[in-house]
Design a protein around this ligand. Structure first.
Ligand code: ATP
Ligand code: MG
Length: 369
């Protein structure tokens, strides 16, 4: 079994591309449209446009480091010719090989370059050199949901619901096109300049038919069936979605109260032991309880009504899904950014020097990148 678990919270203009012009006017339109996106995704995914082996790095001016994760660093760069800003995720081939993540990494690129939905990021282009793989994505400049959540302690209900509804649609899209996401958490959710959500980090995402077994994700967000190594499906993402709604609304994650050790955390998750604060209203409480269900035959998102149990839950009664999809709702919170290259919403990191080998490393392993 591959283990891709990382410690603590590590895991282990803007908007859409072509579908930005499509106007959705009814729930039926929306459902049909999301269905149809599967073909578009599969066509691109199966075609797998290869990146050029080249030293395109010189085409960009380095601005700052946006984030550091388990597998690489993300830099903000500006293209010297067209002045466009990109979030450039740089992954060391050596690191990927050493941690046995080659398949995950190749999947990440194929998936990112095939996605097309308002609430998920996508790949503009990729390239590789002797030592590194480079993913260039639009720079989402409103910062991580994680940063805003820690600053505000917790989100007021209206804001939680606004984010929860977009993440719901994003996850529904990801599942409809045949993928499981496996790393939902506030660190992987970006806020754009208008205040809308973009799910990023498809490092653990992969196509799934029915079940999969790999233990990967972020400990606090793992579903019991993932920990228990029984095999799991997309309902594990809905579990993580329950943890996310809880954390956004309460300001802490349900199973990590009091900083338990990893073993105790896993035990609490497997018995479904958590307490919802009294401040949480009845509708939201009910939704969380129905998603954070260890019994899969009772977990919302996994029952005969599918995702409708969540979408049509009373907590979302006042949500206009069509307006939300069309981004016609005013975001309850809009990050303060002065322009497309403003990175003030991101934490400071030290720059990371790249050490590019004179010879091509792992050429065969990454031939499909
Ligand atoms: N398109 C983007 N625009 C702005 N910032 C981004 C973008 N993509 C990623 N980032 C920043 O970089 C961070 C790390 O990116 P990502 O989560 O993809 O990397 P990772 O190495 O896979 O991390 P993890 O440890 O979660 O696996 C994000 O949390 C975010 O702060
Ligand atoms: Mg991440």
């Amino acid at each position: 079994m591959t283990t891709a678990l990382a410690s603590s919270r590590n895991s282990l203009t803007m908007a859409t591309k072509s579908n930005a012009d499509i106007k959705i006017t009814s729930n039926e339109d929306l459902n049909k449209f999301i269905e149809s996106l599967k073909n578009e995704f599969l066509e691109k995914y199966n075609q797998n446009k290869l990146s050029e082996p080249s030293d395109r790095l010189h085409d960009f001016k380095f601005m700052t480091i946006l984030g550091q994760g388990a597998f690489g660093v993300v830099k903000l760069v500006k293209h010297k010719e067209n002045d466009k800003f990109y979030a450039m995720k740089i992954i060391s081939k050596r690191r990927v090989v050493k941690t046995k993540q080659i398949v995950h990494c190749l999947n990440e690129k194929k998936i990112l370059q095939s996605l097309n939905f308002p609430f998920v990021v996508y790949l503009d282009f990729a390239f590789k050199d002797n030592s590194y793989l480079y993913f260039c994505m639009p720079f989402i400049n409103g910062g991580e949901m994680f940063t805003h959540l820690r600053k505000r302690k917790k989100f007021e209900e209206k804001l939680s619901k606004f984010y929860a509804a977009q993440v719901f649609m994003g996850l529904e899209y990801i599942h409809k096109i045949g993928l499981i996401y496996r790393d939902l958490k506030p660190e992987n959710i970006m806020i754009d300049y208008k205040g809308f959500v973009k799910i990023t980090d498809f490092g653990f995402c992969k196509p799934i038919k029915d079940r999969t077994y790999t233990l990967c994700g972020t400990p606090e967000y793992l579903a019991p069936e993932v920990i228990q190594n029984k095999g799991y499906g997309v309902s594990a993402d809905w579990w993580s979605y329950g943890v996310l709604i809880f954390e956004m609304s309460c300001g802490f994650s349900p199973f990590a109260v009091g900083n338990p050790g990893q073993m105790q955390l896993m035990e609490r998750i497997c018995i479904g032991k958590f307490k919802i604060p009294m401040t949480v209203g009845n509708d939201l409480r009910n939704l969380i309880e129905n998603i954070l269900q260890i019994d899969l035959t009772r977990r919302f998102g996994n029952l005969k009504n599918g995702t409708d149990d969540i979408k049509q839950h009373p907590w979302f009664n006042d949500m206009n899904w069509i307006q939300l999809y069309n981004q016609e709702i005013m975001a309850p919170f809009v990050p303060k950014v002065s322009g497309p290259g403003d990175y003030s919403q991101f934490d400071d990191y030290d720059d990371v020097d790249l050490d590019i080998s004179k010879t091509c490393l792992y050429e065969k392993e990454f031939a499909d990148f």
